[in-house]
Design a protein around this ligand. Structure first.
Ligand code: FPP
Length: 245
């Protein structure tokens, strides 16, 4: 089926990227341009995100992972960290009501033990509340780092080897993928980064191996559903060869 968009790019809904990853960058610059505190940029970023999730879900995308807070983001001023954590908390609480109504499955990926107990409880609650939904799976990368994720997987697999559950020779790409926070989900097909930066920043290092990368100069709060459709359209018009010819 062809999905005609307002800007007349035709998305083929039978050939969607199954998994989209987004590095939502530029909230701070968006706020600065307007003479506002960085927190205002994050707030606008959270609003932009809601619309993108709704759009991706309506199009029929199966998985979306958004980089909300990296393991490195703790280095930011305490005031900004506290604000971001508050926003994430609100998002998880509201997601229970609004996104659940839209049939979204919400999951948090990343290391949880450094998060507040309140946040850890809310994550479990939101995940539980939305787990039987049948729409898009939204992974919120929260205290997430790609290397930390791989390290975590290696430790889990090493324990299984030590316990004699598997032998070292049985370790393969499949069981490494399964041991990641995204275990059971497909790799990322399309990786989007906003704000003109062209770095991976420790995001889904294993899962983006064959992802198409799509960059825009737009700052995250300015990223609209039409931009998502354009990224998908461009994805559909690239030739993916997975190392073949
Ligand atoms: C990068 O912009 C953005 C972040 C570090 C946080 C992303 C968070 C949100 C979009 C809002 C909250 C998310 C959820 C899931 C509710 P930056 O601050 O590095 O911007 P800059 O590079 O312009 O300074």
């Amino acid at each position: 089926m062809l999905f005609r968009t307002k800007k007349t790019v035709d998305i083929d809904t039978s050939a969607l990227p199954r998994h989209i990853g987004i590095i939502m960058d530029g909230n701070g610059r968006w706020a600065k341009k307007r003479g506002l505190p960085r927190s205002a940029g994050h707030k606008a970023g959270a609003e932009a995100l809601k619309k993108i999730i709704t759009e991706a879900n309506n199009l029929g995308v199966e998985y979306i992972t958004v980089y909300a807070f990296s393991t490195e983001n703790w280095k930011r001023p305490k005031e900004e960290v506290d604000y971001l954590m508050g926003l994430l908390m609100d998002y998880l609480i509201n997601a229970e009501k609004t996104l659940a109504g839209e049939n979204v499955v919400i999951r948090a990926i990343g290391s949880r033990k450094e998060l507040s107990e309140e946040m850890q409880r809310q994550i479990i609650k939101t995940e539980e509340f939305t787990k039987n939904n049948t729409g898009i799976v939204m992974n919120i990368a929260l205290n997430y780092g790609g290397r930390e994720e791989i390290l975590h997987a290696v430790k889990d697999i090493s324990r299984a080897v030590k316990a004699g559950e598997i032998s070292a020779d049985d370790i393969n790409e499949r069981n490494i993928s399964d041991a990641l926070y995204t275990g059971g989900q497909p790799d990322v097909d399309l990786l989007i980064r906003t704000s003109g930066e062209m770095r991976l920043s420790n995001f889904m290092l294993w899962q983006v191996s064959y992802a198409e990368m799509w960059f825009t100069d737009k700052l995250w709060p300015d990223f609209k559903p039409a931009d998502l459709r354009k990224a998908i359209y461009d994805f559909q018009n690239r030739g993916r060869r997975f190392g073949g010819v």
